[in-house]
Write a protein that binds this ligand. Structure first.
Ligand code: GLU
Length: 549
């Protein structure tokens, strides 16, 4: 077959040449150890934790080696594309602290190795596809869905491996005349790569994370250009990662099975492949075992989940780093105050098998991360979140700025700081007790105290309350009140002689606590009172008395 002629017939109007392209993509001028990494999401409208997890790793590797981290949008699958998805990817990642040195941006793009949207690179792929045709390594295939189904059926009957390969690759054997006829008749075609392997040939590779991998070499004549002339992922990423100078290609382990195809393509093109690093799936506990996080079943897989609930980006990053590198937690223990950018990330410390994702652990980390922020910072963060996701709460925060800041700060210092704050929506719920607008009594009064006693406790308490009492003076008054009304001044006195008392001071302060915070479990009562002020305090106590009558 005259493959040069075939190339000419298939791409009659393609003027661009390999030389012209290569000139536009010179090797990058970077130090030898610099890593060039990329995130290559498809704009399907779903940006997930796996993207972010990979992005942090990519970003760290590039930053710490003084390399380049770029964003490439893999939008060659028009069927899957969702409008606005690219903006969502870029904004979503930015929110979580992912910044690219180069690549697609909302306004357009930055960097000299673009275009970074694959849909704008159609000609480039075609030029390289044409090279494969010239070398006799690619051919047009006119098979329809029905033809493919028929081939499959025969293979099943004969119990042979299914797929388009070897003797089954029907259109491998077309003559130039037949091809010309089909083209003239306007039959749609795809371009297939011609897999040329010896029986039993193996493909081997050193994966950055998994070490040495040996797999059967690719024997499938895979599609590299679709009927619309756009490339498949397999071909597009090979061309792009070559031209854009990717040195380390991190992607999910779901691509391991097609890796031999990609290696075959790099080989056919005569290019060196980047170091492939296949990351482990994020898993979730289920019953005794664990399973892959699923888009359908697990809302926590979507990045939007964290944003809409108001998780602080630093918390999400801190947590993902603990999953990403096995020595991160130890580093954090030794460097509790350090910025996580100082942690030196290594590919070989990335897990090879299912990384367990645990929301409870994220919450725990989030509590610690928020402790490191000032009350001001927390206020600003929660307000920004609320403006987007909880307008009512945003209004309350704006109206009660000082109260909110003070409330966010209760009990956060000392050896055993309170870890009340986790994420925006939880903070909104948790802090409801402090604001006049949202305060309600949600928990019951201590069962040990009768209604009548509760009313007496509250009215006496209000009578004697003095805003200027310090914590000790205040509590002494509570203790005296307890004693005056027949409660023990100390719980242990009550425990020793329960018949002598109605209850103990804890029950009395419990009544006050419910009346003032609405909850059994609330931050330090004296501080709460200092924050809400006398007027609000007396309003709450009076209402509580009314409610008890
Ligand atoms: N576009 C592919 C995806 O979203 C990217 C895989 C890769 O990083 O090469 O799954």
């Amino acid at each position: 077959m005259d493959t040069l002629k075939l190339a000419q017939i298939l791409f009659p109007n393609l003027d661009l040449t390999v030389a012209e392209i290569e000139e536009k993509y010179p090797p990058r001028q970077l130090p030898a150890e610099a890593m060039v990494t990329r995130l290559a999401p498809s704009p399907t409208g779903f940006i997930h934790l796996g993207n972010l997890y990979g992005a942090y790793a990519d970003m760290k590797l590039a930053n710490q080696s003084k390399g380049v981290f770029y964003l490439r949008i893999e939008d060659t699958d028009e069927k899957r594309e969702v409008p606005g998805a690219i903006e969502e990817i870029i904004n979503g990642l930015k929110y979580f602290g992912v910044n690219f040195d180069e690549g697609a941006t909302i306004e357009g793009e930055k960097g000299a190795y673009g275009p970074y949207r694959q849909s704008e690179r159609k000609e480039i792929y075609q030029v390289y596809a044409r090279e494969l045709v010239k070398k006799g390594l690619a051919y047009p295939c006119f098979c329809t869905e029905e033809d493919l189904a028929e081939i499959r059926k025969q293979q099943e009957v004969l119990k042979e491996q299914t797929g388009y390969y070897g003797k089954w690759a029907r259109d491998r054997f077309l003559t130039l005349e037949q091809i010309e006829q089909y083209l003239a008749a306007g039959k749609p075609w795809v371009l297939r790569f011609k897999a040329m392997i010896k029986e039993g040939e193996m493909a081997s590779i050193e994966d950055g994370i998994r070490g040495s991998l040996v797999m059967p070499a690719n024997d499938m004549d895979l599609v590299i250009l679709k009927t619309n002339g756009l490339p498949t992922y397999h071909f597009a990423h090979v061309v792009d990662d070559h031209l854009m100078g990717t040195t380390h290609l991190l992607r999910g382990e779901e691509w391991l099975s097609t890796l031999p195809m990609h290696l075959a393509l790099f080989k056919a093109m005569g290019w060196e492949h980047p170091i492939y690093c296949h990351t482990a799936h994020l898993m979730k506990k289920e019953g005794e075992g664990k399973r892959k996080l699923s888009k359908r079943k697990d809302p926590e897989l979507g990045l939007n989940y964290y944003r809409s609930l108001g998780y602080h980006p630093l918390a999400v990053k801190e947590y993902l780093l603990t999953i990403l590198n096995s020595n991160y937690e130890e580093w954090r223990l030794n460097n509790p105050e350090a910025d996580n950018d100082e942690f030196v990330f290594s590919i070989d410390k990335m897990g090879r098998s299912g990384a367990l994702f645990d929301l409870e652990k994220l919450n725990d980390i989030s509590q610690t991360v928020l402790l490191k922020l000032s009350a001001e910072e927390i206020y600003d963060f929660v307000l920004a979140w609320a403006k987007e996701y909880d307008e009512e709460y945003a209004q309350i925060l704006l109206k009660n700025e000082q109260i909110a800041k003070k409330a966010f700060d209760i009990g956060r210092s000392g050896d055993k700081p309170r870890k009340d704050l986790i994420y925006g929506a939880q903070i909104a719920k948790f802090s409801a007790y402090i604001f006049p607008e949202t305060f309600t009594i949600t928990d019951p009064y201590p069962a040990e105290v009768t209604k009548e006693d509760a009313v007496t406790i509250l009215s006496e308490y209000l009578k004697n309350y003095d805003y200027s009492d310090d914590n000790d003076a205040w509590f002494n008054k509570v203790r005296n009140l307890a004693q005056d009304l027949g409660f023990a001044a100390k719980p242990k006195d009550f425990k020793k002689n329960p018949e002598l008392y109605k209850g103990h001071v804890g029950h009395v302060s419990g009544v006050i606590r419910i009346a003032l915070t609405g909850r059994t479990n609330a931050p330090d009562l004296w501080e709460v009172q200092q924050i809400i002020g006398v007027e609000e305090l007396s309003r709450r106590i009076k209402n509580a008395i009314e409610g008890l009558k």
